[in-house]
Ligand binder design. Structure first.
Ligand SMILES: N[C@@H](CCC(=O)N[C@@H](CS)C(=O)NCC(=O)O)C(=O)O
Length: 208
């Protein structure tokens, strides 16, 4: 199995899942800062030019959430997904909530503060995205009250996806208003097989 990754990015979700599963994999760094994701060699793997991507035999899979679900389904004995239909529906609900209600405003913030050329950045959208994230984090905060994990009483891949997303929010000072979510995220990253936090992954890149 090959994971195409770049350390401080959404590929963290997949690395986390692979590490928790204890599966052997080959890590292939696609250096986004050097533009390697736009080179023909990588575009043959993912024509969208985005990471992560997973290659498992003949299967080439992109989209971080699809990849973690595939991995959890491939190794059911590791129980990173619940078996029941209702619990699975709740997992899907919270994965979609994480991607569309939490990650989407974070992505807009990152694009309009760092990624787009200065002439294309919209400071007004950053302010709106911060408000939208905060409203939805409030919904999550209420759901997490009294819970150790996002769904049920054991860890699932949805926790890895969410914890990474909350670390991203933490990077842009959006978790300060939600100490319980901060605690949950730190608890998840304290797991023995957790990956690097985003800040540490960036620090290692800078250090070479
Ligand atoms: N929805 C995709 C998003 C993938 C994505 O945007 N990855 C970023 C890194 S976190 C990327 O490769 N960006 C390169 C670009 O957009 O040019 C997923 O979850 O896998």
């Amino acid at each position: 199995m090959k994971l195409f990754e770049f350390a401080p990015t959404r590929s963290i979700r997949v690395r986390w899942t692979l590490q928790e599963l204890g599966v052997d994999f080959e890590a292939v760094t696609v250096n986004l800062a050097a533009g390697e994701h736009r080179q023909p060699a990588f575009l043959r793997v993912n024509p969208a030019g985005k990471i992560p991507a997973l290659v498992d035999g003949d299967l080439v899979l992109t989209e971080s959430v699809a990849i973690v679900l595939y991995l959890a389904d491939k190794y059911p004995e590791k129980r990173l997904l619940p078996a029941g239909v209702e619990q699975r529906a709740q997992i899907n609900r919270w994965l979609l909530f994480t991607a569309t209600e939490l990650e989407q405003p974070l992505w807009r913030i990152t694009r309009h503060t760092n990624l787009y050329p200065v002439s294309k950045r919209l400071p007004g959208d950053v302010a709106l995205a911060r408000e939208e994230f905060t409203a939805m984090a409030g919904v999550l905060d209420a759901h997490m009250d009294g819970r150790q994990f996002l769904i049920g009483n054991t860890v699932t891949v949805a926790d890895f996806v969410l914890a990474y997303t909350l670390d991203w929010a933490n990077e842009v000072q959006l978790l300060d208003a939600f100490p319980p979510l901060q605690d949950y995220m730190e608890r998840m990253y304290a797991r023995p097989r957790a990956p690097l936090r985003i800040a540490e992954a960036f620090a290692r890149l800078r250090a070479g």
